[in-house]
Design a protein. Sequence first.
Length: 344
Amino acid sequence: MAETTTFSNATQILEPFRGVKRVTIEEYFTSGHRTCQGCESALVMKLMVKASGPRTIVLGSTGCMYVANTTYYTTPWVVPWMHTQLGSSGSAALGTAAGLKALMRKGKMKTEPINVIAFCGDGGGADMGLGAISATLTHKEYNSLILLYDNESYANTDIQLSGMTPYGANTTFSPPGKAKRLIHTRWKKNMAGLMAAGHPECRYVATVCASYAVEMMNKVRRALTIGGPTFIHSLDPCPKGWDYDPMLSHELGELAIETGIFPLYEVEDGQVKYYGKTKALVEGRPRKPVREYLLKQGRFAHFIEEDLEHFQAKVDEMWEKWEIPAVVPFRRLDATKAALSAKS
Ligand SMILES: Cc1ncc(C[n+]2csc(CCOP(=O)(O)OP(=O)(O)O)c2C)c(N)n1
Ligand code: SF4
Ligand SMILES: [Mg+2]
């Protein structure tokens, strides 16, 4: 990891936690929320703000992490928190970062590093708020982190299909029927790849999963330290929407990684670095079959062999055919490849 002190517009210098015993004990997302038992998104909120520390402002777009966390004048947030519209996490991050900078410049506020984190769900971020997030990632003079917590549906309004819902999943908008078994046959958006490939001014993009908590917190710390706008995509098992026993949340997060469905990587200044169990997969450890992950969830209970094979084939393609395995789906033409290798 590069030295944090070399960054001109770094926010706080948040060193990585070197192991679980070094993690700070203070909590900034505490009791008082009403999320479901086993909700990984709630754990993501807790770890995210534990990593960022007390000098943090959190902005949250509509969704479970707004509604279930701030109902009837109760809240688990210890740090300042503000709700923003469903599609506005990007605008809220940029506006808050710019506002803080202006107040400090005018001497109306003490000049000090303050972390700005805006979170959004997959519906609010990957569908409705995509334009605002994209705009924010082009403004390199403002420091903020946008964290997309992906429970793979519009969960708060009763599990509707989003652009991040996996192929074939049963949602309230895609119930399997007798005439048609699979209503949803589109492949999920590649959000982190999209953000990293499309925003040259954004210095840091990462994928995380709370099943690997210390690594996850360290990615948050890196995103807040490097300076400028940054983006993190977190995959969050959701017992209600995915239809499984809440005790399996942690295990499902691990299986998403071990099957290769959700790769863990960071892109820092254009360099892709795999980490954790994904790194082992890249280095040759066999991926677990996707059925081990899918068949633990009720939303795939209608899958027949053909569906499982299709899902497996699509994941194999990500790993075997993409230009940067499981990250960037471009493929170079054979003629280009030959020309490049002739040059080198
Ligand atoms: C513009 C707008 N359209 C619809 C809604 C209703 N609504 C509130 S939360 C929500 C679901 C958001 O899904 P997601 O962003 O994935 O968050 P999750 O509920 O899954 O945590 C919807 C559709 C709204 N608040 N604003
Ligand atoms: S529906 Fe899913 S994301 Fe929403 S509170 Fe329940 S477990 Fe969490
Ligand atoms: Mg969602």
